[in-house]
Write a protein that binds this ligand. Structure first.
Ligand code: SF4
Ligand code: SF4
Length: 120
């Protein structure tokens, strides 16, 4: 299984890490660009260049749900940017796919079928 995050769309809500039963995701500091970009197989146009997607920012920046949206660092509950550091462990339970605020998680299974998150 291949898993990656479309980084400019990640709000840092941490839902992915909280629901994943096999520890695929890690929230990293947004300032550590090289580390963020080397952590999962995101294609070039989904790597982190330091700028969030304006549509996602518009939708989530003022939402008060206890998450530190778009914060640089992670405080253990939210903030930072998600990286799929252990995509090979994914069991395709799909929990993260319905919890992802930024609709930015991508999974490709061993047959090449692709799955994308839709916020439910
Ligand atoms: S679909 Fe995969 S990455 Fe997502 S929560 Fe389930 S095991 Fe984790
Ligand atoms: S659930 Fe989606 S938006 Fe939230 S931290 Fe994970 S990848 Fe980012």
């Amino acid at each position: 299984m291949e898993v990656w995050v479309d980084k400019p769309k990640c709000t840092g809500c941490q839902h992915c890490k909280d629901v994943c039963p096999v520890g695929v995701f890690e929230l990293m500091d947004r300032k550590e660009k090289d580390k963020v970009n080397s952590g999962d197989p995101a294609p070039e146009n989904e790597k982190w260049e330091g700028v969030s997607d304006p549509e996602v920012v518009k939708k989530w920046k003022d939402v008060e749900d206890g998450h530190r949206h778009f914060a640089d660092d992670n405080d253990g509950t939210s903030g930072g940017i998600s990286v799929a550091v252990s995509g090979e462990a994914c069991i395709l339970c799909q929990a993260c796919l319905i919890e992802c605020e930024g609709e930015c998680i991508n999974i490709k299974d061993d047959t090449g079928a692709e799955y994308k998150s839709i916020y439910a």
